[in-house]
Design a protein around this ligand. Structure first.
Ligand code: FAD
Length: 318
């Protein structure tokens, strides 16, 4: 038996979650005493397979179907690969794509599905951890089905870095074009859609402490001075001051930058769920008891309207 993880790519590049799936998949395969196989569907499958050949992967299956994600292609290809390999566990990213095809695949295979998994251990049953009530509690589930499907939360497992020596095999999926239901004709960027905060090395993140939309350019100026990307807490997006793709947190994006600077952000659990994986966290907040200081590596307990202009000057901004 094996554990089968499905990698994810977009616009010609593998996403970080693919390499996190390798780490989680290896962990689970060790618990079950099985191999780890990784599937890559569509795009430059040969190039992707070489990149995915990381330590811990035993086999890589390439499915050369289409350039970008398509629900019907993914569901059909994964169902066929599942029939061929009969994996103990099917591991998918808890991403927009994974949550699109995951439930369909689990439903059609008649398998239990647990989404947004943050921990796993054990063999029979396997114990799966996920958060509930907006991240306030962690719940453990016993999955005692012989086969099952999980979607893995991005940024919970480290990226697998070391090169491996997996076998690479082309899998010929028999895709029924008449059953696809939809075809992808192309992509059109929405305004601001070019910014992907999940890929940024340094994020300057603004919260409700900024008070008014007119003050957002102050934080933008700091981001520019630091060569950083601008992100925010949810109230900023709810107010329409920044687009949704800038939101960090449980209902926004999960980010793992080298440095995360939280400015006027209290550190609510739903926000922290999206940024606790940052290597270094800096907080600027007037309230010394703000929960953000519980996880911050460095803190400046002061008024952001004093601190930020001083930082901009220090870092050579306008
Ligand atoms: P506040 O909590 O109001 O904090 C503002 C902070 O600014 C305070 O700590 C204050 O001391 C400080 N401050 C004020 N003035 C200054 C100043 N002049 N200088 C320095 N500091 C100052 N939130 C998210 O961010 N992301 C999510 O994805 C998300 N998802 C959610 C999902 C659900 C189901 C629910 C229920 C909530 C979600 N939330 C999310 C909302 C979350 O609970 C908080 O309400 C939100 O994170 C608070 O944002 P904030 O820290 O910017 O604002």
């Amino acid at each position: 038996m094996t554990v089968l993880a499905v990698a994810e790519h977009r616009r010609g590049e593998l996403r970080d979650v693919s390499f996190e799936l390798v780490t989680a998949g290896r962990e689970l395969a060790d618990e079950h005493g099985t191999d780890l196989a990784v599937a890559i569907i569509g795009g430059d499958v040969d190039g992707f397979a070489e990149e995915l050949d990381r330590e811990g992967v035993d086999a890589i299956y390439t499915v050369a179907e289409g350039e970008e994600f398509n629900h019907g292609v993914y569901t059909q290809a994964i169902e066929q690969l599942h029939a061929e390999l009969a994996p103990r566990a099917l591991l998918l990213p808890n991403s927009v794509n994974g949550l699109d095809y995951g439930p369909a695949v689990a439903g059609s295979l008649g398998l239990p599905l647990v989404t947004d998994v943050i921990g796993l251990k054990g063999d029979e049953p396997v114990e799966i951890t996920r958060e509930q009530y907006g991240g306030k509690v962690e719940t453990t589930y016993d999955v005692d089905s012989e086969q099952y499907v999980l979607t893995i939360r991005p940024a919970e497992w480290p990226v697998a870095e070391e090169p491996g020596d997996a076998s690479i095999e082309a899998f010929e999926a028999d895709i029924d074009a008449s059953a696809l239901g939809s075809t992808v004709n192309g992509f059109e960027e929405v305004a601001g859609g070019d910014v992907d905060i999940t890929e940024a090395d340094v994020l300057v993140s603004v919260g409700r402490g900024i008070e008014e939309e007119e003050n957002i350019p102050l934080i933008e100026a700091l981001a520019d001075a630091l060569g950083a990307t601008l992100s925010s807490s949810r109230p900023i997006v709810d107010n329409g001051w920044l687009p949704q793709n800038r939101q960090v947190g449980q209902s926004g994006k999960v980010v793992t930058p080298d440095v995360y600077i939280a400015i006027g952000i209290s550190g609510a659990v739903q926000h922290v769920a999206g940024m606790k994986g940052a290597d270094t966290i800096v907080a600027i907040n007037t309230d010394p008891n703000a929960p953000i200081y519980d996880i911050a590596d460095y803190g400046i307990v002061d008024d952001l309207f004093e601190v930020v202009p001083a930082l901009i000057e220090d870092f050579g901004g306008a």
